[in-house]
Design a protein around this ligand. Structure first.
Ligand SMILES: [Zn+2]
Length: 86
């Protein structure tokens, strides 16, 4: 059995940088939430479509700020794993 709840999703490509080599990069940031009886406001009331939409946008904003502040590590700077095995 599968119940489909409406999902609200926002996001898209955002500019960021590699925090190691400072190369400019683009990363896709996306946040989504479903409208369901389980998606409630802090006061316990079920979120309306508009409230879910606002909550997703707030989450997206946080993710965008974190991305801008922290940057990412590009594939060239990612430490290679499995090279220190004994
Ligand atoms: Zn890099």
């Amino acid at each position: 059995m599968r119940i489909n709840f409406d999902e609200i999703s926002y996001g898209g490509p955002r500019k960021t940088y590699c925090r190691i080599c400072r190369r400019k990069l683009t990363r896709v940031v996306r946040e989504s939430m479903t409208i369901s009886p389980f998606n409630k406001n802090p006061d316990g009331s079920v979120r309306s479509r508009e409230e879910v939409s606002q909550a997703v946008l707030a989450k997206l904003k946080e993710s965008e700020i974190a991305l801008m502040l922290n940057g990412v590590v590009c594939s060239k700077c990612e430490p290679e794993e499995d090279t220190h095995g004994k």
